[in-house]
Design a protein around this ligand. Structure first.
Ligand code: C2E
Ligand code: CA
Ligand code: CA
Ligand code: CA
Length: 287
């Protein structure tokens, strides 16, 4: 049922009517927070599973709220998408990521930082200025397009001509596109034929429990089969793969044996501040 907590965001249970009131309140707070500069970007390292080195980062937004503390994206991205505020918020994350990545690139060089990228919502892809925003973010930061990886979900990509044109323009600019949460959508395989992706990110749901023995649950065997199918498909289509949500060494080892060379997850490195990433990259500077 509809509840009013100790704060003034109204929460709705799933399946209820469109949360217009909640969105209006949260939207106003989001707009205020954007103007007040309350959003920041943290970075989760992308790790080479064989060399145990950071080779890139995924950018993840955080809201440092004056009364709520740090708010996680799961609690405001959906409302930001419904209200359209994801467009200015996403532009901020994009620009900040490019600025920060260009700084790391200048400091550490392209062997150390090979990829950096934000998540991009469907709503942003539909914005007619999106491609120009990306071009401007690259030009203003000096970041080469080849280092920028935009993470898109299947549902964001599955939306008609305009999006398809934007994706091809980005591809032509050298920007790389990653298909996020791969395997959770309904048409992953057919989508890859139409979509100029360079990277697929195997969803965490296939990594969870993948380390369990083959003689364990049928679920573990099914996850391994999906992970194996994804790596074979990626090899055939010349795509890079990243396994997401690796939480222990047994999972990392299983994925290595299946042929994965890049991973992300709390076991490898958690999302961290720019200063922490800088310290990590400095520790592995190539001589
Ligand atoms: P995602 O793009 O799939 O990002 C991965 C999420 O999994 C991140 O959560 C990350 O902190 C978390 N994660 C990483 N490794 C592990 C692990 O080993 N175990 C577990 N349990 N979780 C792990 P976060 O930062 O809370 O972001 C959640 C989602 O919010 C993201 O999922 C993405 O869809 C969305 N998001 C985050 N930042 C942005 C943004 O700037 N723009 C847009 N449009 N969406 C964003
Ligand atoms: Ca992502
Ligand atoms: Ca993901
Ligand atoms: Ca996700």
């Amino acid at each position: 049922a509809k509840q009013r907590g100790k704060d003034n965001w109204v929460r709705f249970a799933p399946g209820m009517e469109r949360p217009v009131v909640a969105d209006a309140q949260l939207g106003a707070d989001l707009r205020r927070g954007l103007e007040a500069g309350e959003f920041r970007v943290v970075y989760q390292p992308l790790v080479d599973l064989h060399l145990n080195r950071v080779i890139g980062v995924e950018a993840l937004v955080r809201w440092q709220h004056p009364t709520r503390g740090v708010v996680s994206p799961a609690d405001f991205i959906p409302a930001a998408e419904r209200t359209g505020l994801i467009v200015p918020l996403g532009r901020f994350v994009l620009r900040e990521t490019c600025r920060q990545a260009a700084q790391w690139l200048a400091e550490f060089g392209p062997e150390v930082l090979q990829k950096a990228g934000p998540n991009v919502s469907a709503r942003q892809l539909h914005d007619p200025d999106f491609v120009d925003d990306v071009r401007a973010a690259l030009a203003d930061s000096g970041l080469p397009g080849e280092l920028l990886v935009l993470e898109l979900t299947e549902s964001a990509v599955l939306r008609g001509q305009q999006v398809s044109r934007a994706l091809h323009e980005l591809h032509d600019m050298g920007v790389r596109l990653a298909l996020d949460d791969f395997g959770t959508g309904e048409s992953s395989l057919s989508l890859l034929r139409a979509f100029p992706a360079s990277i697929v990110k195997l969803d965490k749901s296939f990594v969870d429990g993948i380390e369990l023995d083959d003689d364990g649950t049928p679920e573990a065997a099914a996850r391994q089969a999906v992970a194996r199918a994804v790596i074979q498909m990626a090899g055939a289509l010349d795509l890079d793969t990243v396994a997401e949500g690796i939480e222990n060494e047994e999972q990392a080892e299983r994925l290595r044996r299946l042929g994965y060379s890049l991973g992300q997850g709390f076991h490898l490195a958690e999302p961290m501040s720019p200063a922490e990433v800088g310290a990590m990259l400095a520790g592995q500077r190539v001589a």
